[in-house]
Write a protein that binds this ligand. Structure first.
Ligand code: HEM
Length: 148
């Protein structure tokens, strides 16, 4: 009997610890987006929208024409979003200033690209709060990307 009571207490204690851990654990944006697979799907949709967007697709003509280059670009975007949202990935591409140097990207191009990203996030039913959180991480990159 004594052993039974002890076991019950240990079980109850573990349940309390387990529940408080679950309650206390705040999910990261990465987790809320659905992890790497979901981010990869968003990037696929995003890049397809950019490729169809006549306001900016000229910038990506060479990328779209080369499947290897396209795959590497998508992989870097996914790693960047994964890392920026608190995921376990490591972005190993160029810094944003170097990557976009000499392209002549204007504010209107940046805004068009963000619109395409929002379209992709909407398609995957990402909540308004999580969209804002992601744009909040990417938005400050604008000053390194827009050069005209
Ligand atoms: C928040 C906005 C943006 C982010 C997060 C972003 C991110 C990136 C990343 C991660 C790369 C790959 C860098 C590398 O290969 O090392 C890249 C390349 C590139 N970006 Fe952006 N970018 C943004 C805005 C833009 C805009 C507005 C344009 C033009 C309209 C643009 C055009 C390009 C092009 C043409 C490349 C080269 C693609 C290639 O490798 O073939 N980006 N960008």
């Amino acid at each position: 009997m004594e052993r039974f009571v002890k076991a019950l207490c240990v079980g109850a204690f573990c349940t309390v610890i387990g529940l408080s851990a679950a309650w206390g654990a705040e999910s990261t944006l990465y987790q809320r987006l659905g992890g790497k697979a979901a981010i990869t799907a968003v990037v696929d949709e995003f890049v397809a929208r950019v490729a169809a967007d006549t306001r900016i697709n000229a910038f990506f003509a060479a990328t779209a024409a080369d499947p290897k280059r396209l795959a590497s670009f998508k992989g870097r975007l996914a790693d960047q979003i994964c890392e920026a949202s608190g995921g376990p990935c490591k972005y190993t591409g160029k810094d944003m200033k170097t990557a976009h140097a000499g392209m002549g990207v204007q504010a209107q191009h940046f805004d068009a690209l963000v619109e395409d990203l929002v379209g992709a996030l909407d398609k995957f039913k990402v909540t308004a709060a999580d969209k804002q959180a992601l744009l909040g991480v990417l938005g400050p990159m604008k000053s390194d990307i827009v050069t005209r």
